[in-house]
Design a protein around this ligand. Structure first.
Ligand SMILES: C[S@@+](CC[C@H](N)C(=O)[O-])C[C@H]1O[C@@H](n2cnc3c(N)ncnc32)[C@H](O)[C@@H]1O
Length: 321
């Protein structure tokens, strides 16, 4: 629709066009900044797996039946859009499942406790170093795709289909179910750069796990505990460097949260506030209504209060001298 000022409404943020070696892809229609929303989409098909399905990891025969029922209720134009999506099935799946079931398997996303198909979002290709991310908004009943790295007009938009803290070999194994050999800029690097990237991703995975039990605000009680907490604060800054070197924007908020907690534990309030606030800003972009956004908001306020108290204490001490 063109509004009274001659502008397209809603504004066009992307085009679907050919992507070399990847079929169709989604491309930026103009320069996009971190946090810009590319797409918001309500799933025309959404299924609720039974408890049995969730535990036994997706028995496709049952899913296909649920999907078919929803599909039959859609208007022909939506059915056509869905049937035009790409699909990839194993030899067994091609034998035992119909095309709709395989389309759903190739393109659907987990959506809270359900699984949804988003035909427009399904055109976005994968990268192991993506420039976009997404979340499911229960409130809006939509999946929202937003830019996580500055993207220039005409550049392709990529999300990740898989967790990224793994070696390339491991990632490729996960991607095999989609039927393609990944040639993203992380996978297509020359051998030594790829080895360095693998090492960073494995280090990050290990470090995120190791930090998890130490993310508490209780100050250490012993001398040894205090020494360890100081070491952790230093290590949290190294972790931030590694995640930035690897440009894994989907993991920045997690690293900021670790740096915030680690500095709060040693009562170094200024960096604690800075990292908590950075984490909050990213979490807010990711999903303003999520529990983890609220957590980062509360931590930031709490650390600011502690920092103010500390500054007040210091200025009183100076006045007494
Ligand atoms: C969800 S669809 C994405 C849109 C698809 N390119 C299309 O034309 O509709 C997933 C399929 O896109 C292709 N694809 C996605 N990311 C790719 C990548 N990094 N390299 C090669 N092919 C990719 C694969 O064929 C994959 O099965």
């Amino acid at each position: 629709m063109i509004d009274k000022h001659g502008f397209q409404w809603p504004p066009v943020t992307y085009h679907v066009q050919h992507s070399t070696g990847k079929g169709l892809g989604v491309f930026a229609a103009h320069d996009l900044d971190v946090g810009d929303v590319i797409l918001r989409e309500t799933p025309p098909i959404i299924i609720t797996p039974s408890a049995y399905i969730r535990e036994k990891s997706y028995p496709m025969a049952e899913i296909t039946k649920l999907v078919r029922k929803e599909f039959e209720a859609l208007p022909p134009i939506q059915q056509e859009e869905i049937m035009s999506l790409t699909y990839h099935g194993t030899a067994v799946e091609m034998e035992t499942m119909d095309r709709l079931g395989i389309i759903f398997r190739t393109n659907a996303y987990n959506t809270g406790s359900n699984i949804g198909l988003f035909p427009k979002i399904a055109r976005i290709n994968h990268s192991c170093r993506p420039n976009a991310s997404y979340y499911w908004s229960e409130k809006l009943n939509k999946r929202i795709v937003f830019v996580s790295q500055k993207t220039r007009k005409g550049e392709e938009i990529f999300v990740s289909y898989i967790p990224l803290l793994m070696t390339q070999e491991h990632r490729q194994r996960r991607l095999d179910r989609y039927g393609f050999q990944c040639t993203c800029n992380a996978c297509a690097q020359e051998r030594s750069a790829k080895a360095a990237s693998d090492e960073r991703r494995v280090t990050l995975s290990q470090a995120f796990n190791d930090f998890e039990p130490q993310l508490t605000l209780t100050p250490p009680k012993t001398q040894k505990g205090r020494q360890q907490a100081h070491k952790n604060a230093k290590a949290s800054l190294q972790l931030l460097e590694v995640v930035q070197q690897e440009q894994l924007v989907d993991y920045y908020a997690k690293a900021y949260r670790i740096a915030a907690f680690s500095h709060a534990r040693i009562e170094d309030w200024e960096p604690a506030v800075i990292w908590a606030n950075k984490g909050y800003e990213l979490k807010y972009i990711e999903d303003p209504d999520s529990w983890s956004t609220q957590e980062m908001h509360n931590l930031t306020s709490n650390f600011i209060a502690n920092w103010e108290n500390e500054l007040q204490r210091k200025s009183q001490q100076q006045n007494w001298r």
